[in-house]
Design a protein around this ligand. Sequence first.
Ligand SMILES: [Zn+2]
Length: 92
Amino acid sequence: MDEKKVREAIEALKIINLKRVHPFYDWEEMREIRDIAIEALEKQLLKKPDIMDYILGDINFKCPTCKSEYICEKGYEHFYCPNCGQKIKWSE
Ligand SMILES: [Zn+2]
């Protein structure tokens, strides 16, 4: 997904008039649906991992979003967090 389009979609969802989106859902339900959509989209935006340690050829890191901890081999880093789906940025 294009990072700029994801950011635009998140901003649009934040200001959307929920009452006009769907007449059969009440406002609370629509707000919940919108928040789930925003949360899912935010995980498409690259975030740097929290590096804990380098052990021999492995990297010990935490997901920046859900804080799950992993060890991966250098050169075979996770593109996404297996637990929450956060997209991970390894290079600058
Ligand atoms: Zn995660």
